[in-house]
Design a protein. Structure first.
Ligand code: HBZ
Length: 832
């Protein structure tokens, strides 16, 4: 330990000092930051002061790399990806940045020498929850991989003052509390008050002739607000590349303010300011069902308009002429939320930059690509024409003009097929006329992709069937992935160490296919023992946290059977619940019943207005209450609902799971990404053939995956035949008794009506066919238990799951986008 440093490590130490990576410089800068930024000294610093000092110390180390990246990209005119997303569900920055900088261990030691616990400091960070679920988290994983793969990119989104609500559980019900992530300041962002764009709303349009006598359109808005840039550096893992996450905050436009002020309307001016600022105030907490709120349309246009204006500004600052915009930039639309960008770029090119339609369309169409994330009809965005017109009159004209040209094309290709024309139109004409954002996105993009193979097939054969017939080459698949940096290295340091030691290197962190090297050790008893130890340790950590937060004590030796994701009927948390009720009844009916002890863990938020999802949460908690205090059963099963499932809490959950529940109705879950996070951390999956489950099973091997339930085709067939859930209810005594037990009031202090909306729905409609998959699910769970009893078999399967997860790195996904869709090249920035 106390050896003289060898010349090599001496050089390294000197280099680290120069780049600020040595322990000594970390300690010095930490104390400096504590003093100069927080105005504190060590002895009186609060945990939050310590966190802020650590954050600034880390951020300082990002900045040099950031500036270098920006300079490099600017001088070389590097082709750049713009990822347009209404959501970025980033999760805490500190630990992730330490890992990506390669100073996690040094920082731990530096903290120890200051008598501090780095983990406790990391815990202090409140995460920016600027997203609802998978879609927002995907955007965050993609930002990590874009930087790690050294692809110049900018993430564009909204700097919501209030992110996704914090979930509390009161009396078993979800209660929403507003998120206050900015309350204590955000050390990771840099405001750019000079990067500011006007965003217009309302008013009317006028026709006029320009100097050359050509007809032009001018938009005369009745509201202008400003979007101001807030930048967050996104560092890649082990590289010098730092990309930009640029989030827009809405502010009252100064010129607008003055107008009101000048006519003496001070109150009016202040009011306008408040109105303007509401635009970036709060994230809409709906996952899936479409909200249709005016403010949401305003938000979408707000960030899209700022982002496209920024792209044009950058084009002028670097390459030059707008004609080459599509060579400099490709813009990915993360779902339809940013689809207005198509119309906005057209407007800017034509109305502000004097371009003719054909050229503007050629550029626009080459800039955009679109990712679809859902087939659920109720989730597809449409906006009423009247609202659209009131807010964005010029864009409605442009949408109509796009539509006219597009439908002419359809008519030429499919002579006389007016029904097809009606189906494909950007405007839905049945009932109130509505703009179909998905159609706008498909027509305005050069590539359209789904997020898993099955999903992309369904996109082509169902949702966009007509479009696929017209433009077969436009459609692609890019299966989602997740970043192993956050979801393995940060979340599960013990597993990370074990894998690195077993493989003899940490190269797998940037090349996840190298996890395959674990396969050679899959039956090694030494590894089995350590693998088990790592899992048990994670389960102990989770148990302690859950005990503290919920009062429920879990036995780390029990099988941790976990379902964590947004609460939604299509995800079928209630199918999981029926299995728990079955276990309960089996134990009650046969006190000598022998079963593998299980801890059922749930996590997930329900959209505040989604009654059925909230009732499912209540049901889980109601069952938990009865089960956990009944000594006859609680030695075998325990149930706990983890409150406030978010990125941070997910990081506690994934490492501790033995079994991952991925049980959506086949054909409904576009991909899923939690499925990947669990499996990467050694959980086995019980799942349907839905979304990316199909590919996970292909990769890990059918024998290492617990499959049950109908396929998407069977679901389709069953539905066409006429699905009658009540017959299943009547025909299966166990199913009937499980549902009846829920209705009996046992879990609801005698209230026989509380869960009726849920049980009635199951028996009478069952739109997500819970009852149809019930039997297969139970049988599969029995098999799971049997396998779990065989420790070595289970551990081997767990190792093989991890070993074969390479495909599900977001690095692979981004590489596919880069090669097949974006045509962008890596662009290394030195100094990594
Ligand atoms: O996107 C999810 C899909 O359900 C999931 O299967 C997929 O893995 C993931 C990433 O591709 N979709 C969402 O998370 N959707 C939303 O969060 C959402 C948010 C606002 C909306 C609609 C949907 O207005």
């Amino acid at each position: 330990m106390n050896q003289e440093p060898s010349p090599a490590s001496f050089d390294q130490e000197r280099e680290h000092t120069r780049t600020g990576m040595s322990k000594a410089s970390l300690k010095r800068d930490f104390l400096d930051n504590l003093f100069y930024i927080q105005g504190r000294f060590r002895e009186v610093a609060t945990p939050h002061d310590l966190y802020m000092a650590a954050a600034y110390t880390t951020r300082d180390r990002l900045l040099a790399r950031w500036v270098k990246s920006a300079q490099d990209f600017k001088t070389t005119h590097a082709r750049t990806v713009c990822y347009l997303s209404a959501e970025f569900l980033l999760g805490p920055h500190l630990a992730n940045n330490l890992v990506n900088l390669g100073i996690a261990e040094t920082s731990t030691e530096a903290a120890e020498e200051l008598d501090l616990d780095l983990n406790a400091i990391i815990e202090e960070e409140e995460e920016p929850g600027l997203g609802n679920g998978g879609l927002g988290r995907l955007a965050a994983c993609f930002m990590d991989s874009l930087s790690t793969l050294q692809i110049p990119s900018i993430g564009y989104g909204i700097r919501y003052e209030f992110g996704i609500f914090d979930q509390m559980i009161e009396n078993g019900w979800q209660v929403e509390k507003s998120d206050t992530w900015l309350r204590n300041g955000n050390p990771w962002e840099i405001p750019r008050p000079k990067i500011r764009f006007p965003v217009m709303y309302g008013g009317h349009t006028e026709q006029y002739r320009d100097h050359d006598g050509r007809p032009r359109t001018r938009w005369v808005p009745d509201l202008v607000i400003d979007g101001v840039a807030y930048d967050t550096p996104i560092l890649g893992y082990g590289v010098g590349n730092v990309n930009l996450l640029r989030l827009w905050k809405a502010e009252a436009s100064e010129s607008f303010d003055f107008q009101a002020f000048n006519v003496g309307d001070y109150y009016g001016a202040v009011h306008a300011k408040i109105e303007a600022e509401t635009i970036s105030k709060v994230l809409y907490p709906n996952d899936e069902p479409e909200a249709g709120k005016e403010l949401r349309l305003k938000q979408q246009f707000f960030f899209v308009s700022c982002s496209v204006q920024d792209m044009i500004r950058l084009q002028f600052n670097t390459v030059g002429p707008l004609e080459t915009l599509a060579d400099k930039f490709v813009a990915q639309l993360n779902d339809t939320h940013p689809a207005l960008a198509v119309a906005e770029l057209m407007r800017l090119l034509m109305d502000e930059h004097d371009m003719e339609w054909d050229q503007a369309w050629d550029i626009t169409h080459r800039v955009f690509c679109y990712t679809n994330h859902t087939l659920l009809p109720e989730a597809l965005e449409t906006w009423s024409v009247s609202l659209f017109e009131r807010l964005l009159p010029r864009h409605l004209e442009i949408v109509y003009a796009i539509n006219q040209r597009f439908l002419d094309q359809v008519r030429v290709r499919f002579l006389g097929d007016e029904d097809r024309v009606r189906r494909m139109s950007l405007i839905a004409e049945d009932g109130e006329r509505r703009v179909r954002m998905a159609h706008l996105a498909v027509v305005g993009s050069r590539a359209v992709n789904g997020v898993a193979e099955l999903h992309s097939e369904l996109v082509k054969t169902t949702l966009f069937r007509d479009f696929h017939e017209l433009w077969p080459d436009r459609f692609h698949n890019v299966t989602n992935g997740v970043t192993p940096r956050r979801f393995m290295v940060v979340a599960n340091p013990r597993l990370t160490r074990l894998i690195t030691e077993t493989c003899g290197s940490d190269a797998w962190i940037r090349d996840l296919d190298r996890l395959r090297e674990l396969e050679a050790h899959a039956t090694d008893p030494g590894l089995h023992e350590r693998w088990h130890e790592v899992k048990i340790a994670a389960k102990r950590d989770l148990s302690a946290w859950l005990k503290h937060r919920t009062g429920v004590l879990l036995d780390p030796e029990a099988m941790f059977d976990v379902q964590a994701k947004r609460i939604h009927e299509y995800k079928r948390q209630h199918l999981n619940v029926l299995h728990i009720v079955r276990c309960y009844q089996r134990i009650k009916q046969n006190p000598n019943h022998d079963m593998v002890p299980r801890a059922f863990v749930f996590g997930g938020k329900a959209a505040p207005g989604y009654f059925m999802a909230k009732l499912i949460i209540k049901l889980i908690n109601a069952i938990a209450e009865v089960v956990n205090k009944d000594p006859q059963v609680n030695g075998f099963i325990r149930v706990v609902f983890m409150p406030d499932f978010n990125v941070k809490n997910g990081q506690r959950l994934y490492p501790a799971a033995n079994l991952s529940e991925q049980i959506s109705l086949a054909g409904k879950e576009a991909s899923g990404t939690g499925n990947m996070k669990f499996s990467m951390n050694g959980a086995l999956t019980i799942g349907t053939l839905d979304g990316a489950n199909v590919e996970i099973r292909e990769e890990v091997g059918a024998e290492n995956f617990f499959l049950f339930g109908m396929s998407a085709e069977e679901v389709n067939r069953r539905q066409h035949q006429g699905y009658r859930p009540w017959e299943l209810y009547r025909g299966d005594p166990e199913l009937r008794s499980d549902i009846d037990l829920i209705n009996s009031g046992l879990f609801s202090h005698g209230d026989t009506q509380l869960f009726r909306p849920l049980t009635d729905q199951l028996v009478n409609q069952d739109p997500f066919m819970v009852l149809a998959d019930y039997r297969a699910y139970l049988t599969c769970h029995d098999h799971v238990a049997e396998v779990y009893r065989d420790h070595h078999r289970w551990t081997r399967m767990s190792i093989l799951n991890v070993a074969r997860m390479g495909k599900f790195s977001s690095d692979r996904a981004i590489r596919e986008y880069a090669e097949r869709i974006w045509q962008v090249e890596p662009h290394p920035v030195g100094g990594g």
